[in-house]
Design a protein around this ligand. Structure first.
Ligand code: SF4
Ligand code: SF4
Length: 626
């Protein structure tokens, strides 16, 4: 019918497609190799977890199911349809053909070869149409649509539409005449319809060419990322084992983003600011622009909004839990800050915090000798730097210096003393663990802090370090080199002391709820111990918050955000206070000094009378009633 076009489509275009696809793949993959070096990797060797992630995350879209059952239905249908359509196109090669499936009997063969592909083809087309309408008409505020998104959906929609019409026409009588209006008649001819076939093939070739250049490349990268980054758990062994900036792994992760915007939907910052800040989207935009358009390495292309969004991310990892592509959003967020730091684009207060740690060894800018001041107000002061102690209590900067939370070390000290533990504190010899610098993208000098802290504990001969700060605990676990020292969060130790009958608990008649701190729950997996402790206290009625465990909201105090804006954390934390008030509890218990400080401010902000306490304070109160 169109000899020239047919010649072009069937004889020339396949070669052009092949060349452009190879060029696109080189362009895409070469970007990955611009990433900085990771010297040593950490990875998960547990085969069961590996298989679980492959099945649940690649094939069953577990993360999407957690967020919305409707979105999950569309996602599953859409992907199933793609497979069905691919199989449908393999029929000329004898795969999924009537002949091959004949042994199943006529009705089953009919369903597999005809009915199912037809239904899924229609679902595929409708899904693409819904996606397009959603972006154009509803314009969800949590998404940022760029031209790439429209091209991707439009191409998929057109392919599905033409394919569905062709399939429909296969079932027509030889001719179908439709009198549309007087004088206007359509004649539909039974397939093979050469025009539609030509359009379909051309569109498919365009799709292949577009694939390596556009967002739909996530069809390839998302499963790869789930296998490499999530199932194998591959990540820098410590941040000290990685150079500043985006690594090859970071680039793969950013390339796996489907722009589904689930991360924004579940982000506490996005919610608290009514959509003003879209942290993860900014991180992703930054990493993609650097990888794909090296010219953007000049800082002029990075706008101020993008920088604000990146530094207002709490690094709480809530988006990481829900991301269907298994992207380590927290590691990417830290790499983004390292990158901006190198370009001197970090907020000015960050430099003050860094100077303070470098010179004074604590993030609050106070003389480090005053670290042990809280101990002077303890009922039974702890020993300081006592050689031969079994345990060292590493207090952390905030609980050491901030009067609002010094009750925490006082309570921990009292519990450990009454339990008869042989322990000591480091006072002025304790240096900042390095956490605020690592997450702020300013790792320079952290190694010195790490080495000092390990050395001083080794000199005392202690075998176990106890933490009441989840961030110090996380940093020691994830960033410090292996050193043979056992690390325990105070919730783990107190729970064990209760089980061993080393401490006696008395009545507290109250309704109590528990907030999971991000660094203790999502990032360290400690959910059971704090709940066991609270439930062991006689008289307490324990009520779970609506958002708990890995879905727990951030208090608002993470990610060094307070360094930029001291009122921002309470804005985010108000949501948890409201949630706790709705559940009718008198106590909001947490296990982190930063959560406690933030919630106390947030409670004041929303006019709540709820009592915010650390779990150690609750335990001490109970011990006093025994
Ligand atoms: S990071 Fe994950 S959740 Fe966010 S848009 Fe990308 S794929 Fe979706
Ligand atoms: S880490 Fe937390 S604050 Fe940052 S983008 Fe993710 S959900 Fe939002």
């Amino acid at each position: 019918m169109y000899p020239l076009l047919e010649f072009f489509t069937y004889s020339i275009m396949p070669y052009i497609t092949l060349i452009l696809v190879i060029t696109g793949l080189i362009y895409r993959f070469s970007g990955w190799f611009r990433g900085v070096k990771i010297k040593k990797y950490r990875f998960n060797k547990n085969i069961i977890t590996f298989i679980e992630h492959i099945i649940m995350d690649i094939f069953l879209f577990r993360s999407i199911f957690r967020v919305s059952k409707i979105t999950w239905f569309f996602a599953v249908s859409f992907h199933l349809s793609i497979f069905a359509i691919l199989f449908g196109h393999l029929r000329p090669f004898g795969i999924w053909s009537k002949e091959q499936l004949a042994w199943l009997g006529k009705p089953v063969e009919q369903i597999l070869v005809e009915t199912l592909p037809t239904i899924l083809g229609v679902v595929f087309t409708i899904s693409a149409f819904v996606l397009l309408i959603r972006r154009i008409i509803y314009k969800p505020t949590n998404e940022v649509s760029i031209i790439d998104d429209y091209i991707a959906i439009l191409l998929v929609l057109l392919i599905g539409l033409v394919g569905s019409i062709m399939r429909f026409m296969e079932h027509l009588p030889q001719y179908l005449i439709i009198d549309f209006l007087p004088g206007i008649t359509f004649v539909l001819e039974k397939t093979p319809n050469e025009t539609l076939t030509l359009i379909h093939i051309l569109l498919a070739q365009l799709f292949l060419i577009y694939l390596p250049f556009g967002k739909l490349f996530h069809i390839v990268t998302t499963p790869l990322n789930i296998i490499i980054a999530k199932s194998l758990g591959l990540e820098p062994y410590t941040h000290l084992d990685k150079e500043d900036g985006f690594s090859k792994l970071d680039y793969l992760e950013a390339d796996s983003c489907t722009s589904c915007a689930i991360c924004t939907e579940v982000c506490p910052v996005y919610e608290a600011t009514n959509g003003e800040y879209k942290s993860y989207i900014a991180i992703n935009r930054l990493v993609r622009s650097i990888k794909l358009k090296p010219k953007l390495r000049s800082t002029s292309s990075i706008d101020a909004d993008m920088v604000d969004d990146i530094y207002l991310c709490l690094l709480c990892a809530r988006c990481k839990v829900f991301c269907p592509s298994g992207i380590n959003t927290v590691a990417l967020g830290i790499s983004a800050r390292e990158y901006l730091g190198k370009k001197n684009m970090m907020p000015p207060n960050y430099k003050l915090a860094k100077d303070s740690v470098d010179k004074l060894r604590n993030v609050l800018g106070l003389p480090n000798e005053e670290r042990g001041m809280w101990n002077e107000y303890s009922y039974t002061p702890a020993s300081i730097m006592e050689k031969g102690s079994d345990y060292v209590y590493f207090v952390g900067c905030m609980a050491s210096f901030s009067p609002a939370v010094q009750d925490i070390p006082v309570a921990v000290n009292e519990i450990l003393t009454r339990a008869g533990l042989n322990y000591t504190i480091l006072a002025g010899e304790e240096w900042c663990c390095g956490y605020p610098l690592i997450i702020g993208g300013m790792r320079d000098g952290v190694e010195e802090l790490v080495n000092h802290n390990i050395e001083v504990i080794k000199k005392l001969g202690a075998s176990t370090v106890i933490f009441s700060c989840p961030s110090c605990f996380l940093t020691w676990r994830m960033e410090y080199p292996e050193n043979g020292i056992r690390l325990l969060h105070h919730t783990q130790l107190i729970n064990q002391l209760i089980k061993d009958n080393k401490i006696k608990l008395g009545h507290i008649n109250a309704k109590v709820t528990y907030h999971d701190p991000c660094d203790l729950g999502r990032k360290s997996g400690i959910y059971i111990e704090p709940r066991e402790i609270i439930k062991n206290i006689p008289g307490i009625e324990f009520i779970e918050l609506k958002e708990n465990r890995e879905k727990s909201l951030c208090c608002g105090g993470g990610g060094d955000v307070e360094i930029i804006d001291e009122n921002f954390p309470a804005l985010v934390g108000s949501k948890v206070i409201n949630m706790a008030d709705e559940s009718g509890v008198q106590y909001l218990v947490t296990a982190c000094q930063q959560c406690k400080r933030t919630f106390m401010k947030a409670a004041k902000k929303v006019g709540s009378n709820i009592r915010v306490v650390d779990i150690a304070e609750l335990v001490l109160l109970s011990m006093e009633n025994a």
